[in-house]
Each structure stands twice: as C-alpha cells, then as structure tokens.
Write a protein that binds this ligand. Structure first.
Ligand SMILES: [Zn+2]
Length: 296
C-alpha cells in the first residue's frame, strides 16, 4: 500500500492495477483504501514530516473522505457481480469515467471479481485500459486472475497481495475477538481470514468431528446413509466440505487406495456443484456421496 501511495504522490502510479491474491485476504479493503487515498484532497498536505510520508493514508476528514465514508462519492465507481460482469455494466462505468471528475480530480473504477467479466465486457474495457481519461484509475480485483483475457492482463500492472501465514491468521483473528480457533477451520480457511471470520460468526450446525464420527458408523454398517442424508440435508454444502477435508486427511494418514479416494473426491466436487442449483434434492445428492464413502 505504501509503495503504491508513494508512487501516486509522485504521479507515477500506473492507471490500471490488477490486485490479485487468494479469496478473503482483504483485496476489497485494500482497493477501497487505495481508492480513498487517490481521491483524498489532503493526501499531500498531511505528509509534511518524514514519519507522515512513510505512512501515507487518506486524511479521513476532507470532503472526499467523508463522501466515501458515507458510501456516496460521485467519482468512485464499483462494479461487482455474483456471477458474471456483463457488458452493460462496463459500458455504463466507462461512460461515467469519460466525463470530468466532480470533485478532487481523480476518478476511480473498482472492478470486483474481474475474472467474471464476459469476453465482450473485457473487450469493452480494453479501450479505456489503453487510453484512459486523465487522472483515472482502474483497480481490477481477482482471486482467479489466470481467467482474465491476456489482452487485459498485459495492460494492467500486477500487484500480488500475499496470503497470510497460519500464525498471521491466528493473530489477526485473535485481534478480532476470535481466539482458540478450531484447527480444522484454520486448515479449511486459513488462507482466507475474512472468509474464516464469517464462518466463525455463524458456525456450521454440524461440526467436522461429528461428520467423522458418523463416517465411522457408516463404514461399520451401524448407520444408514439415507437416514444420515435426511438428517443433514439442510447443511448439505457444509457436510460435503467436511467430507472433502476428511478425504484429504485420509490421504495424509494412509494406508489408502488413492484411486478410490480420488473417485470420492470427484463425487464431492460434483455434489458441491449440484447443491448450488436451487430446487435440487439435497438429500439425494448427499446420500450418493455418503454411500460411496460407506462402501469404500
Ligand atoms: Zn481526505
């Protein structure tokens, strides 16, 4: 952040940045902070001392900063989409960027999950990436940057945001009020502290240990897959995730039949996809996976 801010001060910041890194490490917060800095009216003023220069940050009280805090800055545009960023969203944003800035001069477009742009969206963005209007910054965010078109990639400066270490994640969570985080949760989401925090806020109803225990009963034949599937159907996605963690654990602890485990893992991946379809019979999806595990 500091390096980028310093370059912004020297007017040498690239107009298109691709902020890439794993899910849930804070790319959005990073982009919004950088965007606020670029828009802040006082960013040069507060940096008189050497110390202040080292900690370049938005002032937090100029008109720009206040508008951002209110979620209402006229020169800050954001595009986000659950599934796909369509060409209309891009065209609309480009149109806004082509006008002059309403406030401090800079205009910012943040594109969340940029890899979800369709091909025509990406092509619509190209011209702006090549010839941006003055004082315009495009911040593209992605946890799957390999899915971006090469033409987009080649026109952006890549900024790789690092994933936290396990200890870094534990420390951060502890500062957020979550201590003694379950080891399985850390393994599952350790690279995505923000995602992990969300899961800790509303923990899954069925825990990992409960799933492992029941797999044992399934294998012994003392429990029926259909009964279990009916009981767990409301938490089917969580259950499949736990099963995947369990399969990875099996690989580590051996002895094992790699082919069989891989087949089960494939079953889980496909179950995961099916479960995202609304209206799917969750119990049926679950019973298939559980049966394959019971019969291993
Ligand atoms: Zn400010």
């Amino acid at each position: 952040m500091q390096q980028l801010s310093q370059r912004a001060m020297k007017q040498s910041l690239h107009h298109a940045l691709l902020l890439k890194g794993a899910k849930g490490i804070g790319k959005t917060e990073f982009a919004e902070q950088l965007g606020q800095f670029l828009l802040c009216v006082n960013k040069g003023v507060s940096a008189h001392t050497v110390a202040a220069k080292r900690h370049l940050a938005p002032c937090g009280h100029c008109q720009s900063c206040l508008l951002i805090a209110a979620g209402n800055h006229p020169d800050l545009y954001e595009i986000r989409s659950e599934k796909q960023i369509g060409v209309d969203a891009i065209r609309e944003a480009i149109k806004k960027l082509s006008g002059s800035a309403q406030l401090s001069g800079a205009k910012i477009l943040i594109i969340h999950d940029a890899h979800t742009m369709t091909e025509s969206s990406a092509n619509a963005l190209l011209k702006t990436l090549e010839e941006p209007t003055n004082n315009t910054f495009l911040l593209l965010l992605s946890h799957q940057s390999e899915r971006l078109l090469p033409t987009i990639l080649s026109r952006c400066e890549k900024v790789a945001l690092p994933s936290p270490t396990r200890q870094g994640c534990i420390d951060w969570l502890s500062a957020q009020g979550y201590s003694n985080v379950d080891d399985v949760m850390l393994r599952l989401y350790g690279t995505s502290p923000l995602e992990l925090k969300e899961h800790l806020k509303s923990p899954p109803k069925v825990g990992y240990n409960e799933v492992v225990e029941n797999i044992g009963y399934l294998s012994l034949g003392t429990l029926n897959a259909a009964v279990l599937a009916t009981k767990w159907q409301d938490d089917a996605i969580t259950i499949v995730q736990w099963l995947q963690v369990w399969l990875v654990e099996q690989l580590k602890t051996g002895p094992h039949n790699i082919d069989a485990l891989w087949e089960m893992q494939k079953g889980c991946i496909s179950a995961n996809e099916q479960l995202r379809n609304p209206g799917v019979n969750k119990s049926l999806v679950l019973v298939n996976v559980l049966q394959s595990i019971a019969q291993r």
